[in-house]
Design a protein around this ligand. Structure first.
Ligand code: AMP
Ligand code: MG
Length: 489
């Protein structure tokens, strides 16, 4: 059970060059509107937010016990390719750490807790709509099995926050095993604080990958892990159809978790050039650019590690990225298509599918989910998803023939039923489509959080059938297709 003495804050024990101590600035008249009881349980916190008012006032930022050292972390980063030295937690605070039931240490971070020395011209706040989007999406990503920060709870307040117009201020309790970003290393590199840079690398090894100490080159080994976990995360984004929208290096987690949810989107129609960020005029962070941008970001990190790791070793680690990404992506797609063995012609089968979906503006998630139903007896419901059925029919014929080459351990052809069940574990029925997030936000802005909470629950098990919520698997209405989201959050 949680107690005041069980908290830690390892980051706050680092030298002050790493952060500023800042107390949260409480919001007015806060109300809990979402509480993630499963995550709370994992963290040995009360499953109901009503049962421990004192804890809740700590998490809302209005009460800071003596043994807590809330801090705003200092970092920098490349934003849209341009280095910005002036970043840091401008509206977030690392409140403390908690150890979960499995012994893992989690950061408890308050997003929207007021101004810090890194707020620049910002107000230190987060508006309700962006808080809901992050709450829902981080839980949806977790449900999909994609590495991500989590959300423990969300509060709404009467504090007005001004963006294009006055909006309600809100607070997100974000949890993650790390809040260290690529930009933390960049800050120390560009300010030539070599001791701090080395200390940070040492802490990343100690906290996340202690096995790197066994290597003859621990820092190189650490960087290889960053490359590997980043490649794995990107492969999962591309396979599920997730586009982050702001892949600046300050939004890249050092442990390869999806981090800082802003204008993200899940693809509706399969459109590889889709740009979800309203301010991304050149499409730097378009869906199909993500693999390339992740490598760009890793190269920026490599540059910042060049006082710790030789150029050859950095280049060597970076050169592994493409192969890793390819292998992870191919494994994701094999699972999605139910084709676990490797056969001649698979690469063409996969790429022809992507061309088909792109040319026919087919809904990606819906198609993938329905594909499990295809068998030798027919594929009419899948065909109905296409405008040009003859082109789709040809691909589906090839797919059926290819499925017949899948055999189990005994050498028998894998039955359609087995394949279908397997595929359903990799092709979600429910994703956080932007139109659903928008509907939940509009209700919440009227004081009704029922859709936020029912969506959060549903999206935690997106591969299951939820007959009562069939409507939430519907395709977007015209207004909800290809929405662009503003960065002002
Ligand atoms: P983001 O676009 O949310 O990744 O944030 C980029 C930088 O701007 C980070 O240093 C944030 O802390 C800071 N920032 C974003 N919004 C605000 C805000 N409302 N007040 C203060 N700082 C902010
Ligand atoms: Mg950010």
């Amino acid at each position: 059970m949680w107690s005041f003495s069980s908290v830690s804050n390892r980051f706050a024990a680092l030298p002050e060059a790493f952060f500023s101590k800042v107390a949260p600035t409480p919001l007015e008249n806060t109300r809990w509107v979402a509480w993630n009881s499963a995550l709370a349980k994992q963290l040995s916190l009360p499953e109901s937010h009503q049962s421990h008012p004192q804890l809740m006032s700590i998490l809302s930022g209005s009460d800071v016990p003596k043994n807590f050292v809330p801090i705003a972390m200092k970092y920098a980063g490349h934003q849209f390719g341009v280095y910005n030295p002036d970043l840091g937690d401008g509206r977030g605070l690392l409140l403390c750490e908690l150890t979960d039931v499995n012994g893992a240490v989690w950061d408890i971070h308050l997003k929207g807790a007021g101004m810090t020395p890194y707020s620049r011209s910002g107000d230190g706040r987060a508006v309700l709509r962006s808080t809901i989007r992050e709450y829902l999406c981080s839980e949806a990503m977790h449900g999909l099995g994609i590495p991500t920060t989590r959300a423990l709870g969300m509060m709404v307040s009467d504090t007005p926050v001004y963006r294009e117009k006055a909006e309600q201020g809100a607070l997100l309790i974000r949890c993650a095993e790390s809040h260290i970003r690529f930009g933390h290393f960049e800050h120390f590199f560009y300010t030539q604080q070599w001791d701090e840079l080395k200390l940070l690398a040492d802490k990343v090894i100690d906290w996340y990958w202690p096995e790197c100490r066994m290597s003859a080159h621990p820092y190189e080994s650490m960087f290889q892990r960053v490359v590997d976990t980043t490649a794995k995360m990107i492969a999962k984004w591309q396979a599920i159809g997730f586009t982050h929208g702001v892949m600046n290096t300050d939004n890249m987690s050092i442990i390869g978790q999806t981090f800082d949810y802003g204008p993200f989107a899940f693809l509706d129609d399969y459109d590889p050039s889709y740009i979800c960020n309203h301010s991304d005029y050149e499409g730097r962070y378009a869906f199909d650019q993500q693999p390339r941008i992740a490598l760009w970001n890793l190269s920026a990190l490599a540059h910042s590690l060049s006082t710790l790791i030789s150029k050859d070793r950095l280049e060597n680690a970076l050169s592994a990225y493409e192969g890793l990404l390819g292998r992870y992506f191919s494994s994701e797609m094999r699972n999605k298509l139910g084709l676990l063995s490797r056969q001649e012609g698979d690469t063409e089968l996969f790429s022809d599918l992507f061309s088909l979906l792109e040319r026919q503006n087919t809904d990606y998630t819906n198609f993938m989910r329905q594909l499990a139903m295809v068998d030798q007896k027919g594929y009419q419901p899948v065909l109905d998803l296409f405008v040009d059925r003859s082109m789709a029919g040809k691909w589906l014929e090839r797919y059926i023939r290819r499925c017949e080459l899948e055999v189990d351990e005994k050498g028998d052809v894998v039955t359609n039923c087995t394949r279908c069940n397997r595929m359903r574990q990799h092709n979600p029925k429910y994703i956080l489509r932007n139109y659903l997030a928008q509907q939940a936000i509009e209700k919440a802005q009227q004081g009704d959080f029922s859709m936020v909470n029912s969506l959060a629950k549903l999206l935690r098990s997106p591969f299951d059938e939820h007959p009562k919520h069939e409507k939430l698997a519907s395709l977007p209405p015209d207004w909800g297709k290809g929405m662009e989201i503003s960065c002002s959050s």
